[in-house]
Design a binder for this molecule. Sequence first.
Ligand code: ADP
Ligand code: GLC
Length: 495
Amino acid sequence: MKKILFVSSEVFPLMKTGGLGDISSSLPAALHSFGQEVRVLTPAYADALATLRKVREISIAPAGNRLRLVESENPETSVPIWLLVHPDFSDRPGNPYLAPDGRPWYDNAERFAFLARAAVDIALDRAGLNWRPDVVHCNDWQTGLIPPLLGTEQARPATVFTVHNMAYQGVFPYDVFKKLGLPAHLWAPDALEFYNQMSFIKGGLVFADRINTVSPTYAEEIQTEEFGCGLQGLLRERRDRLQGIINGIDDVTWNPAQDPLIAATYDVATIERKAMNKAALRTALGLQEKAEIPLVAVVGRLVQQKGIDLIIDALPELLEMQIQLAILGTGDALYEQQLQQAARRHPGDIGVRISYDESLAHQAEAGADMFLMPSRFEPCGLNQMYSQRYGTVPIVRRVGGLADTVEDANPTNVALGRASGVVFHEPSAAALAQAVRRAVALYRDPPTWQRIQRTAMEKDFSWRQSARHYVDLYTLAIGDCRLSRPPSLRVATSS
Ligand code: ADP
Ligand code: GLC
């Protein structure tokens, strides 16, 4: 049994802007069920505090200041959770990273440096909590300062840094580095310095005992110029400490057989009941009732990563194919406007909801026939896994975690009963349209289609395998931590 401090800037259902929130809920729960002792640390955002029932407030004393933690448990999973109270988190409702004008909060560096410092004091048992972890598991740039700050300590826990997305790096001007009062040796190209700026994510990538990403393919991709976002060289240097572990899903929340958010529950034996969900989804999005027309869903952040522009460019061709589209998301204003405009032009065939709506996301997974995810890059992706579980055939680009979780319906895979979706390669509207055309042809062949749906629904996307890989990763990190001198000292002597 290991003691793990899991630090994340969002934890479902307290806060979620994307897959990180889901994973920060479901992975600790899986580790907990495997007998690991997990505590989650996350900011006490205003919206998160409102969600909690059972709370105990405690004062901790990191860095000489008294701070407040709310001690509670995740309402979905019962995993113990500490929420760090500070007005910069707790007095701001809404998105944790962005101000109402859509731009990053002006003080994000200070806010997440504060989270890191509290994590370090808890990790070293200096906060009076009487608990000392073996491993601190950090997630994404918001936690990137934890490994370098721990690095200067002699008796420290091991550190694991998980990259959920290389494209978000937490880069700030040098002035911010000075303002944060970080140790001077961290201003170096083999520490936090990144082209004369300060990079939070580099803290994790340089100093963590072990690094992982959320799929094996993405772990390879980020070592290349195309996907490495400028950090490919560093990742190649540390490749012996880097691996990919595919995300699992919360298979209780995302289970069509017992999902309270959908119109009709179903499983692989009662898949015909999916039709009721299709009717409900059409109604919800104002789509026309048309027999035998496949309904294609898109749910996600409307950003370049997700290939939304490819969908917009492909719309004229897609509409010729006799399909309907159900789109749910929020993101770049331009994509939001273009999609809404398309919906106005094609009422009844394109339904667009610009909002963040957990229930509608479940209804889209249950009601659609196909799920479109043409991502430019995708560290893992959860929706394609939810789709397969719901018998909703994913159409995805062969990239990152999409490549690792969807088996293309080519004739061989179909014959072998392995096909679970449609996979295409080129990041172009033409290739996307071609893939949808292929999916529609398969849909018109019901025995083949139902076989693909069954294969998809029977795949195991639970945490059973992956959580064990994390336990092994923690063991490796603990070994590396014992063997190594503090990495910061290595940096100090080599620069
Ligand atoms: P990413 O983390 O890059 O956004 P993932 O596929 O890993 O992508 O996870 C996205 C998660 O966020 C899924 O659970 C998805 O259902 C959810 N989600 C994204 N946008 C919305 C939305 N507008 N409404 C409801 N859920 C959403
Ligand atoms: C990120 C990635 C997504 C991944 C999620 C959870 O937001 O964009 O691909 O599934 O993190 O790891």
